[in-house]
Design a protein around this ligand. Sequence first.
Ligand code: HEC
Ligand code: HEC
Length: 217
Amino acid sequence: MAAMKTLLPAGLVVLGLAAAVFTSASLLEASAAPAESRIEQSGMELRPAADFANIANTRARSIALFQEAGRVITSPRCLNCHPATERPLQGDDMHPHEPPVKRGAGGMGMPGMRCLTCHGAANFDPGRVPGNPRWLLAPPEMAWAGKSLKQICVQIKDPHLNGGKSMQDLIEHMAHDQLVGWGWNPGAGRTPAPGTQEEFGNLIQAWADAGAQCPTK
Ligand code: HEC
Ligand code: HEC
């Protein structure tokens, strides 16, 4: 019983029922295409940072590195939680979150519809519910969805918009933050972000080392 409780906090039990209703259609879809084969099909590898060393022009090298890292940044795994509106997005097709939920105070949802009511500390695959101990929405000034890579690049470098992060903080966050890391372990029915978090962190580090230049569009 104690073990059950750890695995299934009250919110998740309620959610189990809710999720069954919300996701029955997507469950069918997911069982037809197991997560593993999706990963193989997508062939989503990241080029290692060392691949870019032969670009002699430092600015061009920096931009190329950010463009490769941008394949992670603009993946549904990141954009769904950095949406343009008050409502998160869901799934590889980035549809609006069902049920409709709003950011609320501190990105944690509205009273009665808190993110943690449904999202547990870990992915809950039977209900297809993604989870993390800190599951909350990125603040409006960190919205990425619908923006160009240039706009996102300029924005994440700006301490007024990125939560007061220095370049070192930003690299650390990309390379080691465990909510960012969820992107490579997103649970059943979702395509992981390309490559690995370590490779992504290395690209961001190399981008910064080459002057943290932003793409021109
Ligand atoms: C569950 C929601 C969620 C997911 C998924 C998520 N983020 Fe975030 N992100 C946040 C929140 C919340 C913040 C605000 C800072 C904090 O509280 O950690 C944030 C902030 C950031 C920042 C700080 C700078 C800025 O301007 O945005 C970066 C960089 C970032 N996230 C990268 C990523 C990347 C890369 C991914 C995908 C691999 C990702 N995030 C996925 C919620 C999320
Ligand atoms: C009533 C339950 C419920 C509440 C409350 C809820 N969610 Fe969800 N959320 C779900 C379910 C279920 C899914 C999975 C849907 C699917 O993929 O079939 C989901 C998926 C997501 C995803 C998609 C992840 C991806 O990349 O596909 C994000 C992002 C998300 N929720 C963010 C939030 C945030 C942020 C909050 C609070 C503001 C929140 N959710 C509140 C039930 C909920």
